[in-house]
Design a protein around this ligand. Structure first.
Ligand SMILES: Cc1cc2nc3c(=O)[nH]c(=O)nc-3n(C[C@H](O)[C@H](O)[C@H](O)COP(=O)(O)OP(=O)(O)OC[C@H]3O[C@@H](n4cnc5c(N)ncnc54)[C@H](O)[C@@H]3O)c2cc1C
Length: 455
């Protein structure tokens, strides 16, 4: 076959990439294509941190392809029109794409299939590569998805995974195919100063280091806020710079309790994807409505603003929110605490919090963000929807020396040890400029419980 096109979407890598593998095997020339789609950009998915991370991923993909004799072709516009045009100019007979999980991606594939009719080229839609297992691959009897994690995890763990594919050694891009400049991180404004470097090479290096030095301690370290003992692989997985299936394979091969605990988290990722794929409305609507009447009005808005700024007066919540602003990433325990505080202590709508997270998270995606928010708010798949995380008890447990708080809340650096979690008990001089608590924890908790009883 003379030429094939590979349409990249959220799978920005060379390794373990079934569409690229198929194209390089069958065709003499391959067009690796990424289209900057205004449809996606308009929907708000290109917040600055993700736009910057995406730019790194595209630059990395281009560099990796160049090492192999090729290059990345970047265009802006409607992907269907651009693919059709490239089929015409290159004589490509096949267009390879990995199945997407969203309604938008499914619609794009349908439009592509129709647009290619009569051109002599066909669309080859490969299995989805965002998750380790496909959403819908495992279903409980008579249902379209798993609503509870534990039985899903049991089946998921017993299911064989496909073997990861190697990256192609070489490829040739047809001459004369025009490309826009590959976007650069430096051109994106409003990026968090501590945002990690994106791209497949950075992701693979992180995974290798994680297997070598991190994963064996994951079980005891994963909740230690100051210890920062999680993998930080989430944004690479989000952009597909790393394959979830390959991560599972490689980490399972390392073996041990840490590996099991880590792989279980990757299963959570698949779990949320299969929930959202079956119930797309859960991105915005309660998965399990609890009759909530979330607080609104002036004081609610003021409290939401304080939460966003990391000025709630609860140091561990504020530290987490400031980490998010600085790094475009937040520790999972921080996410749990910040989300519980907003929804259950302040009794504010989870959608407010989810939107703020999506504005900043480099790994922000609808399935994991919205379904985790719903889990914490008790409107999702948590089997204990009424649980309220007490930020003080949690801080003493997961930041026992107070180091995480002092790292992110400079106003409190003068307070030693765990006393930093209760700055209101200290003289004003030791907490200069740091606010008093927005709300009394017991009052907040009781307000939430009363509201849920009424609902
Ligand atoms: C309110 C809230 C919002 C969240 N929003 C997102 C989001 O937008 N995108 C996102 O990828 N994760 C989200 N998470 C899940 C989790 O916090 C992050 O995946 C994790 O903190 C990323 O850090 P890590 O890569 O070091 O994780 P590790 O602890 O090293 O875990 C390994 C991988 O497992 C996956 N994972 C871990 N925990 C979860 C989980 N609870 N749900 C789904 N996948 C998980 C991630 O892909 C992660 O990279 C959210 C959690 C909460 C409570």
């Amino acid at each position: 076959m003379k030429a094939s096109i590979v349409l990249y979407t959220s799978d920005l890598r060379l390794h373990d990439h079934p569409p690229l593998r198929a194209a390089t095997r069958e065709a003499e020339e391959v067009v690796p294509l990424f289209v900057r789609d205004p449809g996606i950009e308009k929907a708000g998915f290109t917040a600055p941190n993700r736009a910057a991370f995406l730019a790194d991923c595209l630059a990395g993909l281009d560099a990796g392809l160049r090492e192999r004799g090729g290059r990345l072709v970047v265009r802006a516009g409607d992907p269907v029109r651009i693919v059709r045009e490239l089929v015409g100019s290159t004589g490509a007979e096949r267009v390879h794409v990995a199945a997407g999980l969203s309604a938008y991606a499914r619609g794009r594939a349908d439009r592509l299939r129709t647009a290619l009719e009569g051109t002599g080229a066909e669309l080859v839609e490969h299995e989805a590569v965002v998750t380790a297992l496909q959403p819908g691959e495992l279903v409980p009897g008579g249902k379209d998805h798993f609503a509870v994690f534990t039985p899903y995890h049991r089946q998921w763990s017993a299911q064989p995974l496909r073997e990861p594919l190697a990256a192609p050694r070489a490829l040739t891009v047809p001459s004369g195919v025009r490309s826009d400049a590959v976007p650069r991180r430096a051109d994106v404004e409003g990026v968090s100063p501590g945002l990690a470097e994106g791209g497949e090479a950075a992701g693979r290096a992180l995974l290798a280091a994680w297997r070598r030095d991190g994963v064996s301690r994951y079980e005891e370290m994963h909740d230690d806020l100051a210890g920062d003992g999680t993998s930080r692989l989430s944004p690479y997985l989000h952009f597909g710079a790393l394959s979830a299936a390959e991560c599972v394979h490689r980490v399972r091969a390392a073996g041990g309790a840490g590996a099991d605990a880590f792989v279980r988290q990757l299963c959570w990722r698949d779990f949320h994807h299969q929930v959202l794929a079956a119930r797309p409305a859960a991105a915005h609507k309660d998965y399990r409505p609890r009759g909530d009447h979330w607080r609104t009005g002036r004081s609610a808005e003021r409290e939401a603003a304080a939460w966003r700024e990391g000025r709630t007066g609860y140091p561990v919540v504020d530290a987490a929110m400031r980490q998010l602003a600085h790094e475009g990433w937040m520790h999972n325990r921080g996410r749990l605490l910040a989300a519980s505080f907003l929804t259950k202590t302040l009794y504010l709508d989870w959608r407010l919090g989810a939107a703020h997270f999506l504005d900043l998270l480099a790994d922000g995606d609808l399935a994991n963000n919205q379904m985790n928010w719903q889990w914490v708010a008790g409107t999702g798949t948590d089997t204990r929807p009424g649980r309220v995380l007490n930020p003080l008890t949690q801080a003493r447990k997961y930041d026992p020396e107070g180091d995480y708080v002092r790292r992110w809340v400079p106003e409190l650096r003068g307070i030693e040890g765990r006393a930093v979690h209760e700055p209101w008990k200290r003289p004003a001089g030791e907490r200069e400029g740091y606010p008093r608590p927005l709300v009394d924890l017991a009052e907040g908790r009781d307000r939430f419980r009363r509201a849920r009883e009424k609902g």
